[in-house]
Ligand binder design. Structure first.
Ligand SMILES: Nc1ncnc2c1ncn2[C@@H]1O[C@H](COP(=O)(O)OP(=O)(O)O)[C@@H](O)[C@H]1O
Ligand SMILES: [Mg+2]
Length: 220
């Protein structure tokens, strides 16, 4: 279902599609999909539609808890993803953000095929960095632009810098690091985002900086 508000708003701006992908679970795909969607709306980049292709449905559960009317949520059948996306585009959706499941390679491939850009959240741990190769292979196979973002970093930890260096061997690393903060997790419980709970929080500032970077990349 797409909320009615999406159908009445038309925009002349070109639409874009941001995919969040990582074969690893627990890296922040769902958290960042929600946070970036809300931030994009508040920055005037909407209408934004969120799409959840993870059978676990974490993003849709979060969205169902929301009281705010935006971003919209679009239920999409992965088998007819391209058709559904062109419907959203006709309805005036300016930005679609697609969350993907970990490990379900076929679903990730289908999303990558239609994405303009892929954001790959990665935790700065040796285990996560080793696991990133399989995601990179998937993205490279379809020739899509990918950007890594380090998520869940500890303050003043040397491994964050080391992780950025390791990731830069594979591709572009976002110039914004997201730190491990309870407000990221806590906000998701009741269908909100850290910036909706406290717009002046450091988490909100990081999400804003990440969105500014992503939106510049999407316009390229
Ligand atoms: N920067 C962060 N700080 C604190 N908790 C985080 C952060 N990013 C994600 N989390 C938490 O980590 C867990 C996994 O995040 P999630 O977005 O569900 O990952 P994925 O979708 O990649 O499996 C969730 O409980 C989420 O609230
Ligand atoms: Mg998830």
């Amino acid at each position: 279902m797409v909320s009615d508000s999406v159908f009445i708003r038309k925009t002349a701006k070109s639409d874009s599609l941001l995919g969040l992908a990582s074969q690893k679970g627990g890296v922040g795909k769902t958290t960042l999909a929600g946070h970036l969607a809300v931030m994009a709306e508040s920055k005037g980049a909407g209408p934004v539609a969120l799409i959840d292709t993870d059978p676990q449905g974490s993003l849709s559960s979060w969205w169902n808890e929301r009281r705010a009317e935006t971003p919209a949520f679009a239920s999409v059948d992965i088998a007819s993803l391209a058709d559904h996306l062109s419907l959203l585009e006709k309805a005036g959706v300016n930005l679609a953000i697609i969350d993907t499941p970990p490990a379900v390679t076929e679903t990730i491939r289908k999303v990558l095929a239609v994405a303009d850009m892929v954001l790959i959240p990665t935790r700065p741990s040796p285990h996560d960095l080793r696991a990133v190769g399989s995601t990179v292979e998937l993205v490279e196979a379809v020739g899509k632009r990918m950007v890594f973002v380090i998520n869940g970093a500890a303050q003043r930890a040397r491994i964050t810098g080391e992780a950025a260096i390791a990731l830069s061997q594979h591709g572009t690393v976002a110039p914004v690091t997201l730190y491990q903060r309870t407000d990221f997790a806590a906000s998701m419980i009741d269908g909100r985002t850290a910036q909706e709970i406290d717009p002046s929080s450091r988490t909100a500032g990081e999400v804003e900086a990440l969105w500014n970077y992503v939106s510049t990349q999407l316009r390229k």
